[in-house]
Design a protein around this ligand. Sequence first.
Ligand SMILES: C[S@@+](CC[C@H](N)C(=O)[O-])C[C@H]1O[C@@H](n2cnc3c(N)ncnc32)[C@H](O)[C@@H]1O
Length: 218
Amino acid sequence: MSNHDNSPIFPDSYVGENSSEYDNSIWMERNQKKTAIMCLQYLYDEKLDRVGNAGKLNEKKYLIADLGCGTGFSSEILVDEGHRVIGVDILMDMLSKAKSKKKLLEKEKNLELILADINYLPLKHNSIDHIISISAYNFIIHGKSVLGDISKTVNNTAKYLKKILKPNGRVVIEFYPKNNKELDIFISSFNDNGFDGFMVKKDSNQKSGQTFLLLKKR
Ligand SMILES: C[S@@+](CC[C@H](N)C(=O)[O-])C[C@H]1O[C@@H](n2cnc3c(N)ncnc32)[C@H](O)[C@@H]1O
């Protein structure tokens, strides 16, 4: 199920038969895996090295939280690349499929899956090296239409992401903000709550559509 502009509807696009359709889609698998590789490349982006508290990120293996891990396409790539991963998703229909994929992984132990809301992460302070989120972060404001509620949610979540990250932790978010106003709200939530960074879009004139936020803990 999707909107007239083909963007998915939360949660309908990810429950029941739609979760199976999502998981069985070769296009979706290719797309999510390709984006996961791009997110890993952005994690080590040289321009990000120079932002804020400048410093290069070593290409070693990390503990990465994959927020909104869905059926596990993105988490699988991160594990295949040698990282330890905590995949978090709010929908059991999606997470159960990730659990089935986990059993097939060579490094099964390197993937932990948690049923939780990105806005209320059950993760300890100072415990995660880096965070990646693919095609999920815009859903954290689902069901909220009052600007004050939206701002409170995005600010609280950005503050908590900062707390769970270790020093020098980085965040790469690929998401689809509806319009410029929504994009600004998300960007400010990170700028105002302890992150430095910048945005990458394929087409800088494009208002909505695929957006990457490359961030590092201040
Ligand atoms: C496009 S899908 C998942 C993409 C995922 N990267 C993959 O490889 O399959 C988006 C996911 O975000 C999850 N999601 C939406 N809102 C969430 C929230 N507040 N907390 C956790 N997960 C959420 C949905 O349940 C859905 O599985």
